[in-house]
Design a protein around this ligand. Sequence first.
Ligand SMILES: *[C@@H]1O[C@H](CO)[C@@H](O)[C@H](O)[C@H]1NC(C)=O
Ligand SMILES: *[C@@H]1O[C@H](CO)[C@@H](O)[C@H](O)[C@H]1NC(C)=O
Length: 395
Amino acid sequence: MGLRSTLVRRCQLLIVLLALSLLMTAIPHHQIFASLNELLWKHAGRLPQPSVNAFAGGDGGDVGVDGGGGGADDDDRRAFDVGQLHAVRGDSGREPSANIPEFRYLLNEPDTCRPRAPFLVVLVASEPTEFEARDAIRETWASESVALRGVSFRRLFLLGTASPASDAQRRIEEESRRHGDLIQQNFTDAYHNLTLKTLMGLHWVSVHCPHASYVMKTDSDMFVNLEVLVKAVLEQQVNEGHQQQQQEEEQGGEITQHGRVPRPDYFTGYVMRGFLPNRNPESKWYMSEDVYPGASYPTFCSGTGYVMSAPLATRLYRASLAIPRLRLEDVYVGVCLDSLGVEPVFPPYEFHFNHWRVSYSPCQYSRIVTSHAFSPSELRHYWRDLQRHRDEPCG
Ligand SMILES: *[C@@H]1O[C@H](CO)[C@@H](O)[C@H](O)[C@H]1NC(C)=O
Ligand SMILES: *[C@@H]1O[C@H](CO)[C@@H](O)[C@H](O)[C@H]1NC(C)=O
């Protein structure tokens, strides 16, 4: 008898659980996150000084946020009124000028996209003294010899300044003369300034390469397979562009870059959805409640490698002018995307982008776009091996 009633109770419990899980799947997840997001923005609007710590290095102390006006009952859903923050941004909302007022370019390559913009711009965040890592990338996955099925790409490394000012800068300038692929602004190169680095890259694209089709941002310790990126991820979206090219040719008009029109607002990578801010001050990913009071982050892509349509890079840069910076650059890019109403999408194959290290095999590496944590010598080693198995990576 006792046994039977226990069984019955277990069955009931199971049924309840089953019903609950059915209910959960019935509610679209984006709705849950949308609500969380809404909560966040409303909350942020009521903070007395949401921007003070958010600006990396900026003197945001005098940013006045109208605590009374932007209440939660506001009609505007994004009660976090970014407009009020324009004051500190110098060139708020206007066309990006050739210089971010706060920072100036110490090294620039304004002609990289002339006379023709490439299909793809690859921006590699790199520390000033990572000479070896940059050379390895130049010789492997981003070398000029990489054939991308007839489309062109440009490689640029993004640098801040070495601190303390050292002999490094002289070497960097030499390197720049030799390779012509370094972009550097006058902010201190530090983990906490990574957001500035990405913004520099987006600014550069918006001013010097707005007619590229796609932009990728990645890091200097990454393995990247550009061929897979182009073939399996980006070319999926390019076919419509071919038709336009034909039309333009027939009309004798100017052909835009390959006539390839990127899908509008395309943003992909290793998608991080529903992530919560880390509130542990010891953590590398610490996010204080003062700076980011929200319960969760908007969907973002791991900073180890993400790709977007180039016009979106310009829009993102402009949006950033009005949004207090966060130190976690990938989260910050997600917040800017969210402000534009753009959500990152999954790549065609779930494991195209990886923010961990995928164990090496020629077969695996002929299918993925990114894999994380490579020393320069490992990069060379695996790259060579991959080329050896080029024709039959899985055979
Ligand atoms: C960078 O350059 C700008 C423009 O010249 C200047 O206003 C700013 O103080 C500099 N910033 C740093 C961190 O050196
Ligand atoms: C960059 O990072 C350093 C060290 O974390 C910090 O002192 C500096 O204020 C940051 N910002 C700029 C603009 O250099």
